[in-house]
Design a protein around this ligand. Structure first.
Ligand SMILES: Cc1ncc(COP(=O)(O)O)c(C=O)c1O
Length: 401
């Protein structure tokens, strides 16, 4: 009898972590590697947020368990954020806090999926979604949204994907891995479909809400269509906009029975997220927000640099995304070509493997996100490295025959 559970046969480790590990190993072996595979800002957590955590530790407010799904102070800060930034009214009893947005999503699937329940996931998607759904016993239903559709699901495609077994429609805007974000009009059109199917719930992952460029206006489904509010879980967190990936705090607002069920699952797994991190998150949400536009200005410059340089590489086509810190270029124009070392590129996985081997640039293959041949670049890296990496990609593509 195997020690490991049968269901693990369907689950794969995160591809993004896999590439980062490979890049790290090559670096440790002395190779000159530029990694554009990481999904986190290169900026450090702002000082006032760090100080809030240090104060909480010194004052003995971080030594003990807190309420399972978050300090009252943090739930109040989250409720105030939803009101201030999204026009959404959530009582603190409708708010949950977990160890990162990832745990929020995981709790939500564990709390709601019966065997065979379907979750509609537009592809390309964040790598963890389908595996989380599988872990919870559900069935991921991937809907491919190509570059020609701006990587966004259309109302027609959503309508076609809905069945009697659909439990959730999972939306992620701005998106990891494409950076695509939905306008209010696009969300309105999707909401019209959802209004015709009252059994479908909406899980919206707004993790990159603040990372938007060119005066794009962020909106979230429950804000666009108040009739969706009772069946929407609005997920967010401090990881990306506040440069706090290491602190592990995510949160959500939603219907009270769901929030209670999620807290019950958390009470039997990890209990509360680290208290010091929660105090840091209180400060992140209530404190000054002025560093966010400053970071965005830098991210936007980097995005424009990367898009422009990639579009000068043979066989690469890179659209300009609305948000997040990723670009998702197609490498279809390089498929079937051969490297100077004699390797023919048959897939985007070949493309990224050869790029890493030959030029020391780590990116993630698009097929890991459900749409290839393409690759994802994270531009949350300093400008010199981005420029050098794009030069190497141009050289790599230029050398293909
Ligand atoms: C789309 C998306 N959702 C959720 C998360 C999880 O964030 P956290 O680090 O808060 O768990 C990530 C992190 O990469 C993400 O890209």
């Amino acid at each position: 009898m195997s020690l490991l559970a049968d269901y693990l046969a369907n689950i794969k480790p995160s591809a993004t972590v896999g590439i980062s590990d490979k890049a790290r190993a090559l670096k440790a072996a002395g190779r000159d590697i530029i990694s554009l595979s990481q999904g986190e800002p290169d900026f450090d957590t702002p000082e006032h947020i760090k100080e809030a955590a240090i104060r909480a530790i010194r004052e003995g407010r971080a030594s003990k368990y807190t309420a399972v799904d978050g300090l009252a102070e943090l739930k109040q800060a989250v409720a105030a954020k939803f009101k201030r930034e999204n026009g959404l009214d959530y009582k603190t009893s409708q708010i949950t806090v977990s160890a990162g947005g990832k745990q929020v999503l995981y709790n939500a699937f564990m709390a709601t999926l019966n065997p065979g329940d379907e979750v509609i996931i537009p592809a390309p998607y964040w790598v963890s979604y389908p595996d989380m759904v599988l872990l919870a016993g559900g069935k991921p239903v991937e809907v491919v949204c190509g570059m020609d559709k701006g990587f966004k699901i259309t109302p027609e495609a959503l309508e076609r994907a809905i069945t009697a077994k659909t439990k959730w429609f999972l939306l992620n805007s701005p998106s990891n891995p494409t950076g695509a974000a939905y306008t209010r009009a696009e969300l309105r059109a999707l909401a019209d479909v959802l209004l015709r199917h009252p059994h479908v719930h909406v899980m919206t992952d707004d993790m990159y809400e603040h990372l938007i460029y060119d005066s794009f206006v962020f909106t979230t489904p429950a804000q666009v269509e108040p009739a969706l509010y009772p069946r929407t879980l609005t997920v967010n967190g401090v990881s990306k906009a506040y440069c706090m990936t290491g602190w592990r705090i995510g949160y959500a607002g939603g219907p009270e029975p769901l929030i209670k069920a999620m807290a019950m699952i958390q009470s039997q797994s990890t209990t509360n997220p680290a208290a010091a991190s929660q105090w840091a998150a209180v400060e992140a949400l209530n404190g000054p927000q002025d560093f966010i536009p400053k970071h965005n200005k830098i991210f936007q410059e980097r995005r424009d640099l990367v898009v422009s340089m990639l579009n000068q590489a043979n066989g690469i086509k890179c659209p300009t995304p609305e948000g997040a810190f990723y670009v998702y270029p197609s490498c279809a124009g390089t498929m079937g070509k051969t490297t100077p070392t004699g390797k023919t590129l048959a897939s985007d996985e070949d493309f990224v493997t050869e790029l890493l081997e030959q030029e020391g640039v780590a990116v993630v293959h698009g097929s890991a996100f459900g749409l290839g041949p393409a690759f994802r670049i994270s531009y949350a890296t300093k400008n010199e490295d981005l420029e050098e990496a794009c030069r190497r990609i141009q050289r790599f593509c230029g050398n293909l025959k």
